[in-house]
Write a protein that binds this ligand. Structure first.
Ligand code: UDP
Ligand code: MG
Length: 335
């Protein structure tokens, strides 16, 4: 991952530095309980950033209504009427957090210099937004929000979540530890993201693949301000499985390895069975049955693993992810 600290000011040579147009992208699913407070805090934050020269006047808060069944969309419409700072996108169906986020980021990418995604429930610390933008101004294209500690989580959520990050690392997936979806992306990083056409979205796995310079902002994650979690255990497990199977073919390789191991073990089994046979410890027919069970089991797994290896290749091809991204293109100003 290209974590570098981004100590270079975002201004073209010879040109005056201009304030960035910042978009805050917030996916909302049945969030009527928390939205009034979220909107109050975010509009206040945006106004302060505009006054202190951190964000351009064209900056916006963009709510994405992910097919809510409560009054979420009515609230968004109301905020939009009352304040030009607020924009809204409504999805036709509930498509899940990741798709709602992508819809928001896609919309924002047309008009912003950078977009920050955050949850509607105020768990992501709103006061950290300045640091994100500061890092963007210093030249970062991606800024990951990383949780300081997990003491607002239940013991169960904490251990399963941390175990998941470690398992992903083991599978060779480049993922930022304790980073969820609180992040800033520059316009070109967003454009990069849009080139990933995969249907099974796991954004925190894709974003590091985009490359460019990135950095972290550490923040304390709060309790949900109001309403309840839209991620019950079943959805959480499905999401974790999505992450693993969308980014790693290692489970297929593990099957191959297991098959190979079993085939080798079957040789030992065969030796043991033969010894039993010759020392007359075995019932007639046992030797042949036991050794063939081991050998056949091993060979079968090995073959499934081999097939899996090809399936894995097809899977990567079908994704047709972009194969490269040009970070810098040296050319004359007039070109
Ligand atoms: N969310 C969404 N669509 C869904 C589920 C959740 O847009 O189908 C949004 C939700 O409104 C919130 C964010 O995703 O802004 C994170 O959800 P939540 O806070 O319920 O998850 P948790 O923090 O409990 O993991
Ligand atoms: Mg939450």
């Amino acid at each position: 991952m290209n974590i570098s600290g981004c100590g270079r000011l975002r201004a073209k040579p010879g040109k005056e530095f201009t304030m960035p147009v910042v978009y805050l992208v917030i996916p909302c699913y049945n969030e009527e309980a928390v939205l009034p407070e979220t909107n109050r805090r975010l509009t206040e934050k945006m106004r302060t950033m505009m006054q202190t020269g951190l964000a351009d006047e064209k900056s916006r808060i963009l709510y994405v209504d992910d097919g809510s069944r409560d009054k979420t969309w009515q609230l968004i419409e109301e905020y939009h009427r009352a304040d030009s700072l607020v924009r809204g996108v409504k999805l036709a169906h509930n498509r899940g957090h990741q798709n709602a986020l992508l819809a928001g980021l896609t919309t924002a990418s047309a008009d912003c210099d950078c977009a920050i995604s955050l949850d509607a429930d105020l768990q992501d610390d709103v006061d950290a937004i300045d640091q994100f933008v500061q890092k963007f101004v210093e030249g970062c294209d991606v800024v990951y929000g990383v949780r300081n500690k997990r003491d607002t989580d239940t013991f169960f959520k904490r251990t399963t979540a941390e175990g998941f990050y470690k398992f992903m690392k083991f599978l060779g997936v480049d993922i930022v530890f304790n980073h969820a979806d609180y992040r800033l992306m520059s316009r070109r990083a967003l454009e990069g993201l849009l080139e990933y056409r995969e249907v099974n979205l796991f954004l925190r796995g894709i974003v590091p693949l985009i490359g460019y310079r990135s950095d972290y902002v550490y923040y304390d994650r709060h309790e949900r301000f109001a309403g309840e979690s839209k991620y019950p255990l079943k959805k959480m497990l499905a999401f974790a499985l999505e992450g693993i199977t969308s980014f790693s073919v290692k489970p297929l390789k593990l099957i191959s390895n297991l098959g190979l191991l079993l085939s080798l073990l079957s040789v030992l089994g065969l030796i043991y069975a033969l010894i039993s046979y010759f020392t007359h410890n075995a019932v007639a027919g046992w030797t042949a049955i036991v050794s063939s069970i081991w050998l056949l089991g091993g060979i079968q797994l090995l073959c499934v693993g081999m097939v899996g290896t090809y399936v894995g290749k097809i899977y990567s091809e079908v994704k047709s992810r972009p194969r490269f991204r040009i970070e810098t293109n040296l050319k004359d100003e007039e070109d």
